[in-house]
Design a protein around this ligand. Structure first.
Ligand SMILES: *Cc1c(COP(=O)(O)O)cnc(C)c1O
Length: 395
């Protein structure tokens, strides 16, 4: 063989196969080789399990999909290039063979809001947004509109509201609608929507599941009923995650439960500390006995695990005071995203909810003095000390 040919083929497709690694390697191959064309034909026909092309399935991605599907008690999963790609795939799957009408919570992640309004609406999908903490309103709208899909987040961003998911699941099922839940904020440690009647769960892997701020990804976990439609759609549209990102995410997921437990504990302590400060007007955190959804939270969330996000309103602060306080932070990272090992802070008006009109923001209860803190795994004393010096105005 000439060197040019060897450079292309040597070392690949070796027999016998490599020793079994204890963790899933990064399979970068775009396509897969078999001894006989007969076998490849059976795999293409899906008569035999196997990999043929990485847009369909890839071993590194399949391992991550199996992992997250098992955490959510789902039938199967599809790893996507971002949380938004996952949400897009989830909504298209939910609407397959159903009425092109979505009933959505009015408290959705900003880009999900835009996906419905700017991408799906021009394609003929109508969406009605209502307050999902108002069960009577949800019931009435489902009965009147007969939506094909109902979509909400387990714990809303940034005000941490929680709707009665179990009750809404029954209403959606009764109307024949697919029920899609974005479980990014809660994670499967706190809540597993499929166990409460949801059909499809979406995660931004970028957040708690990967957890280290070094990977962008998303995943759709579905029940058996929607799985074939989800995969068929992915084979065509190709929203799939890359194998490097699958590897990083799996590495993150291994410690996710440990990290999340610590983040929940730290967040409770930070929330309690903030509540005692006269310069903090209001703290939004689900452990509050006076939380507007306290009854639902008691019923659906495990005792002591309320998530790692704390949102709070700084007394009499406008944009300038908020910016100055944020600039004084030394440990807490000023950046968008959440769920990382490091604490992060974000100003929703400037970032996650920037595209939403001030009037709509007002209606959603997102004020100009609101900050959203994603509490990390650091020593809580250090997080509190940093917030203390940043919030204390230099006279
Ligand atoms: C971040 C986020 C998304 C979008 O995920 P990306 O990975 O950024 O595409 C969707 N939903 C929620 C609740 C999020 O926090």
């Amino acid at each position: 063989m000439k060197i040019n040919t060897k450079a292309v083929h040597a070392g690949d497709r070796k027999k016998p196969g490599p020793p079994v690694p204890v963790t899933m390697p990064i399979h970068t191959a775009a396509s897969f080789f078999y001894e006989t064309t007969e076998q490849l034909d059976r795999i293409f026909a899906r008569e035999e399990a196997g990999f043929c092309y990485s847009r369909y399935e890839n071993p590194s991605n399949s391992a991550l999909e199996e992992l997250v599907a098992s955490l959510e008690n789902g039938h199967g999963a599809l790893a996507c290039a971002s949380g938004m790609a996952a949400m897009h795939a989830a909504l298209l799957t939910a609407l397959t063979d159903r009425r092109k009408f979505v009933l959505a919570s009015h408290a959705l992640y900003g880009a999900t809001f835009s996906l419905l309004n700017q991408v799906l609406e021009p394609l003929g999908v109508e969406t009605k947004f209502v307050d999902f903490c108002d069960l009577d309103k949800v019931r009435k709208t489902i009965q009147e509109q007969r939506p094909g899909c109902v979509v909400m987040e387990t714990v809303s961003n940034p005000l941490l509201r929680m709707g009665p998911i179990d009750c809404i699941a029954q209403l959606a099922a009764g109307a024949g609608a697919a029920f899609v839940i974005d479980n990014t904020f809660a994670t499967p440690l706190l809540f597993r929507p499929l166990e409460h009647g949801a059909n499809i769960v979406v995660h931004s892997l970028t957040k708690y599941l990967a957890g280290h701020g070094d990977v962008l990804g998303g995943i759709v976990v579905s029940d058996q009923r929607h799985y074939d439609a989800l995969r068929a759609l992915a084979r065509i549209c190709g929203p799939v995650l890359g194998p490097f990102e699958s590897y990083l995410t799996m590495r993150g997921v291994k410690t996710f439960a440990l990290r999340m437990e610590r983040q929940c504990l730290n967040a409770r302590q930070v929330a309690n500390w903030l509540r005692q400060r006269p310069d903090i007007e209001r703290v939004h955190f689900p452990d509050d006995p006076n939380h507007p959804d306290a009854e639902t939270i008691r019923r659906l969330l495990p005792d002591g695990l309320y998530g790692g996000i704390v949102s709070f309103e700084v007394t009499n602060a406008g944009r300038d005071q908020i910016f100055a306080a944020m600039d004084r932070l030394r440990l807490v990272v000023r950046a968008t995203s959440l769920g990382d090992v490091h604490s992060m802070i974000l100003y929703p008006v400037m970032s996650s909810h920037r595209e939403i009109s001030p009037k709509q923001r007002q209606r959603m209860g997102i004020k100009d003095n609101l900050l959203r803190l994603s509490v990390g795994i650091e020593a809580v004393e250090d997080i509190i000390a940093d917030l203390d010096q940043a919030l204390t105005n230099p006279a």
